[in-house]
Write a protein that binds this ligand. Structure first.
Ligand code: ZN
Length: 276
């Protein structure tokens, strides 16, 4: 090559003072001429930062949509990534929850149209809704259902923090879905929302029992006890809504924080790799 970029042209190029036609012709020369490339000054810091951005783009796995949404609402990146790695059973559970709620809402409307008594119509919804978050805990965790179980058992996030974090995520989903279904129900909104405190107490109870028994066993025991309590109302006290009465609600309100305290005290035993 006999012609090279004159020094003043290189200088104007480096400072961005050329029009786009000139830039293109300079760059087509630079692409072929190592001598002139070496003459173009560059900033070390700028070059290092550019490389970092490129490496970051190439190396970074595309975050899942759920993780992107969680990041946007302010969840720390490592927590968002962890929560987005939801096992398939948990996704199945989400579909099941939506189906159960849709069925409960439809059934309540159907029953309320036939008899004007909405309280009666709401009982199936009220009985099932508090158990949905709990059922998610049984399905989403443990050696046999969770494909990331081995992964979490070997990480610093393993154990009770991972379990509680996921339980919290599952609970938020179920509460949000049940909450969205509640205004669709016939009757007074106060009664339709009566499932909230029992749901909280049952979830805390499931986690507390999980410190001693396998999650599916804990959840099965609680589900039987809960249905027993709902059925006991009409049988023992001649009150169909005894399990949702103000007295019962106060009981759940006291039980939930007590159970949370118990979970905290026994948190070491929530470790899925630890002793049961
Ligand atoms: Zn040249």
């Amino acid at each position: 090559m006999t012609w090279h970029l004159p020094g003043d042209l290189v200088e104007r190029y480096a400072h961005g003072r050329l029009d786009s036609a000139q830039v293109m012709s300079v760059e087509s020369h630079l692409a072929r001429c190592p001598l002139c490339r070496a003459a173009v000054p560059y900033e070390d810091g700028w070059l290092a930062a550019s490389w970092e951005r490129i490496e970051d783009l190439v190396d970074r796995p595309r975050p899942r949509p759920v993780a992107r949404v969680l990041r946007r609402v302010g969840v720390p990146e490592h927590v968002a990534t962890f929560l987005a790695a939801t096992p398939a059973p948990a996704r199945g559970w989400l579909v099941a929850v939506t189906g159960v709620l849709a069925f409960a809402v439809a059934a309540a409307h159907f029953a309320a149209r036939r008899t004007p008594d909405t309280a009666n119509a709401l009982i199936p919804f009220l009985a099932v809704a508090p158990l949905l978050p709990v059922a998610g805990i049984a399905m989403a965790y443990g050696r046999h259902v969770d494909p990331v179980y081995e992964l979490q058992a070997a990480t610093p996030m393993a154990g009770w923090r991972a379990l509680l974090l996921r339980a919290l995520a599952v609970l938020s989903c179920a509460v949000a879905l049940s909450g969205a279904a509640t205004p669709l129900l016939p009757g007074p909104p106060g009664l339709a929302a009566a499932w909230l405190l029992p749901a909280l107490a049952l979830t805390a109870g499931a986690l507390a029992l999980s410190t001693r028994f396998a999650p599916p066993v804990s959840v099965a025991v609680l589900a039987i006890a809960w249905f027993g309590a709902v059925a006991a109302g009409p049988l023992l006290a001649d009150d169909r809504l005894l399990a949702f009465s103000p007295g019962a609600q106060a009981l759940y309100g006291v039980a939930a924080p007590a159970l949370v305290f118990l979970i905290y005290a026994r948190r070491a035993r929530l470790d899925p790799g630890g002793p049961r």
